[in-house]
Design a protein around this ligand. Structure first.
Ligand code: ARG
Length: 372
């Protein structure tokens, strides 16, 4: 039987072999797609030498930018990948303190929101290094609404975030108790947790109203403009960046057909149906479907009227078909997961419904981190 130490040495050697291989694949990909990067051999030698010495290596700014963009290109669940090359990459790899991370999240929101003309952006903070754990953001997104479990049962706010809300509370946060209280960021650095409020001036929100139903505004619904995912790690060529918040812009149905409509989210279809005067006595009246369409019209209309970037599922499905075609022309596999690509309403009215996809895992990639 191997001693513990030998077993660990073997494991470390395995990991090193792993990072060598992944680094090499990535560097070759970068050079193959970017002739301007010059010959690949010298860069490969440099990277492998750095790994031999330190157990990891440092991406050049060009490699980081390319790696982050390709991680988006490889995201099989995302319908919005046509513009993957336009991702703006904020290289903040030197930032590894909780306050530093929080400040960068705020700057990210300011830059990405851009007064409503939303810019797909990623901020890359300190990577994982041997013996040096990287910071982490516990929030699933930079902007998330609290969910308060009520003593009489039920939830005020977003039921998807009751656990995060409870963590914030334990760390000393007290929300106002409205349905749309933005949670503070919970940042973990070297095992310690800290709370950081997101300043209201970087939180753009859109109050929802309907082009024909004046009563809709009275429902008091709204949503935030920027979906900025903050709990996935960016993996590039064997290097892991666990703290790399990124955003695109919303597709209306994410809000209108899921966040505000799901039974276990804001569950607004019965409320909308009632105001519309629909017959809710039987499923076959399709009151849910009618209410769903009006709710989605309200979301798209409100964002458009406020000049906040948003797309609808028909436009985005068309763009995705163009993306597939372009990827194929470039001789690449485009990984896609049908159950995520097809929009949550009117699926078969969009072209993405009527075919199958290659659902393979390619790297660079965004990975879900195990939740703490
Ligand atoms: N579906 C998530 C939400 O409703 C956002 C996921 C990312 N969406 C995007 N359009 N980039 O908050």
């Amino acid at each position: 039987m191997r001693s513990r130490k030998t077993a660990r040495a073997v494991q470390e050697a395995d990991q090193r072999g792993e990072i060598d291989r992944e680094a090499e694949d990535f560097i070759r990909l970068h050079h193959a797609e970017n002739p301007a990067a010059g010959p690949v051999r010298p860069r490969l030698r440099e990277v492998l030498a750095e790994i031999a010495q330190t157990g990891t290596y440092t991406h050049t700014p060009d490699e980081l930018t390319f790696g982050a963009r390709v991680a988006w290109r490889n995201s099989g669940r995302c319908i919005g990948r046509l513009y993957w090359r336009s991702l703006r990459v904020r290289d903040r790899r030197h930032v590894d303190t909780a306050d530093g991370v929080a400040d960068e999240c705020v700057e990210h929101l300011r830059a990405a929101t851009n007064g409503g003309r939303i810019r797909p952006t990623i901020t890359v903070l300190a990577p994982e290094r041997p013996g040096e754990p990287a910071p982490r953001i516990w929030n699933g997104q930079l902007i998330r609404y609290a969910g308060y479990v009520l003593p009489e049962g039920g939830v005020a706010g977003d039921p998807a975030h009751t656990e995060l809300t409870e963590w914030a509370r334990r760390l000393g946060w007290r929300g106002e108790g409205t349905r749309f209280d933005v949670l503070p960021l919970i940042i973990e650095v070297k095992g310690g947790l800290t709370l950081h409020e997101v300043p209201p001036e970087v939180i753009l929100e859109v109050p929802l109203r309907h082009p024909r139903h004046a009563w809709f505004a009275d429902l008091g619904l709204k949503w935030h403009a920027v979906p900025a995912i903050s709990n996935m790690s960016l993996e590039i060529g064997g290097v892991t960046y666990p703290c790399a918040p990124f955003n695109g812009w919303y597709m209306g149905s994410e809000i209108g057909a899921r966040n505000l409509a799901d039974l276990d989210r804001y569950n607004q279809l019965p409320v909308v149906a009632e105001r519309m005067g629909l017959d809710t006595s039987h499923d076959r009246t399709l009151w849910r479907d009618q209410a769903l369409v009006e709710l989605n019209i309200a979301v798209l209309h409100s964002f458009a009227e406020d000049g906040v970037t948003m797309t609808d599922h028909h436009t985005e499905a068309g763009r995705f078909m163009a993306h597939l075609e372009r990827e194929e022309r470039n001789g690449r596999i485009c990984p896609a997961d049908w159950s995520w690509i097809v929009p949550p309403l009117s699926g078969a009215t969009t072209p993405v419904f009527h075919r199958y996809y290659d659902d393979v895992r390619l790297t660079p990639a965004f990975n879900h981190r195990p939740t703490a």
